[in-house]
Ligand binder design. Structure first.
Ligand SMILES: Nc1ncnc2c1ncn2[C@@H]1O[C@H](COP(=O)(O)OP(=O)(O)OP(=O)(O)O)[C@@H](O)[C@H]1O
Length: 206
């Protein structure tokens, strides 16, 4: 399967939407909006982790063409709070020997640490490395730098954008900092107070 444009077509989740949005392959679209409006819910619906109406396709592949678990691996969601299911960090990686934590300013030996030792910023960066280790064809990112200082934030931004370019992966980046969204995304859209997704010029996304 090849990557391609991510197309969200009339997605409706618990009263939110219908949302329409196209993210071209290899580009990043930023999504902002009021707290609680449904940004995380939208990402979860695109990842098919939440009940919804509407259709999502990635390149030539419609969501319905894959099993739920295959689709979730393919679209690669980074939740705002990461889940850890084993005691050691390395056990969460498919190929720990290829991971380079220092790219995100982490100590080289961090993979040998127990999860319970990690700070929130270390967890956030390691959950991104873990996601990229699985080589998803699209990225759905929920506030990926919320717990990070300025330098780590820049490193995360560079890594994500390099991944998107190299893999031609479409990226949705949910965040609250408009300066950051304008830096990383070629297009920034926002939910208004009524839950309608609009472009910067106020036009409804279609
Ligand atoms: N499983 C669920 N069942 C019912 N309501 C839910 C569920 N999950 C989230 N909600 C509600 O949906 C609304 C949107 O939540 P969501 O987390 O998507 O907002 P958000 O825009 O990402 O907010 P924030 O910017 O604060 O992270 C909230 O009112 C939330 O309480």
């Amino acid at each position: 399967m090849e990557s391609g444009d991510l197309i969200i077509d009339d997605l409706a989740i618990r009263g939110l939407g219908p949302v329409r949005l196209t993210v071209p392959a290899g580009t990043c679209v930023g999504i902002s909006g009021p707290s609680g409006i449904g940004k995380s819910s939208l990402l979860r619906a695109v990842a098919d982790m939440e009940p919804h109406d509407g259709q999502v396709t990635l390149g030539a592949t419609a969501r319905d063409a894959l099993s739920a678990s295959e689709w979730r691996r393919t679209v690669g969601m980074l939740p705002s709070e990461s889940a850890w299911w084993a005691d050691g960090v390395a056990e969460h990686f498919l190929s720990p020997e290829t991971v380079r934590p220092e790219v995100l300013g982490l100590r080289e030996e961090v993979l040998a640490w127990p999860v319970k030792r990690l700070s929130s910023g270390e967890r956030q960066r390691l959950s991104l490395l873990r996601l990229l280790d699985r080589e998803p064809m699209a990225l759905l990112l929920d506030e990926p730098t919320a717990n990070l200082d300025e330098e780590s934030t820049r490193r995360v931004e560079e890594l994500i954008l390099a991944y998107a370019r190299k893999r031609r992966a479409p990226v949705i980046w949910v965040g609250h900092a408009m300066a950051q969204l304008n830096r990383v995304a070629g297009r920034v859209v926002s939910f208004d107070a009524d839950g309608v997704l609009r472009d910067a010029d106020g036009e409804v996304c279609r």
